[in-house]
Design a protein around this ligand. Structure first.
Ligand code: GLN
Length: 203
């Protein structure tokens, strides 16, 4: 990367698989920061919401006003939701319906591929440069619908697994569990471009 200052990227660390994201971000030259409280969001250039259990994350978020602060925050700051994090970002959640930040125009079906034992690793084509992408699915949701302006970058059985819309990204798999760092690099590029654009805006 060519930016002079490292990008400061938060990793929501209420529950779930946040450690591996920290390692991948560090390897790519970003400065990760664990986010456990609303004030941890201050000064971040971007945020990753990891996989885990979205219901448990919601319970933590619903304490001390964090949910509504995060809801406002993700409207303008680059955010990448993986698996449970994608469920939190979605506009609509099914199976069963669940409250969400409703920032990214996708409809997700939770646990769409069966139980834990059905978790799987697939290698599939992607529009990212560099050839097929390994995707680790763990009790994964399925993106059933995407709204206008949502770009699909990889699929499984015809359903999107990696999407981008403006400053937001979501993956139904766990890119932090593969050695391939292209998905995190894509997010860091988005964060860098967003930061550069917002520094040019008249104050
Ligand atoms: N099944 C989980 C949920 O509904 C997501 C699984 C994951 O993040 N690996 O929140």
């Amino acid at each position: 990367m060519t930016q002079t200052q490292p990008l400061i990227v938060g990793v929501l660390a209420l529950q779930g698989a946040y450690d591996a994201h920290v390692k991948t971000l560090t390897a790519l030259g970003a400065t990760p920061r664990l986010v456990r409280l609303p004030q941890d969001l201050d000064g971040l250039d971007g945020l990753i919401m990891p996989g885990g259990e979205s219901t448990t994350m919601l319970k933590f978020l619903e304490r001390n006003g964090f949910f509504s602060i995060l809801q406002t925050w993700v409207r303008t700051i680059p955010t990448f939701g993986t698996c449970a994090g994608a469920i939190l970002l979605a506009t609509h959640v099914e199976h069963p319906p669940q409250r969400s930040l409703a920032a990214l125009d996708i409809t997700v079906e939770r646990n769409a591929y069966g139980r834990q034992i059905d978790s799987t690793i697939l290698t599939a084509p992607t529009s990212l440069p560099g050839g097929p992408l390994e995707m680790v699915f763990i009790r994964a949701p399925r993106i059933r619908l995407t709204g206008p302006g949502v770009e699909t970058l990889a699929t499984r059985d015809g359903f999107p697994t990696l999407v981008r819309s403006g400053h937001l990204m979501a993956a139904t798999f766990h890119p932090e569990l593969s050695n391939d760092s292209r998905v995190h690099q894509l997010f860091l590029n988005l964060v860098r471009d967003h930061k550069a654009a917002s520094m040019k805006e008249p104050k």
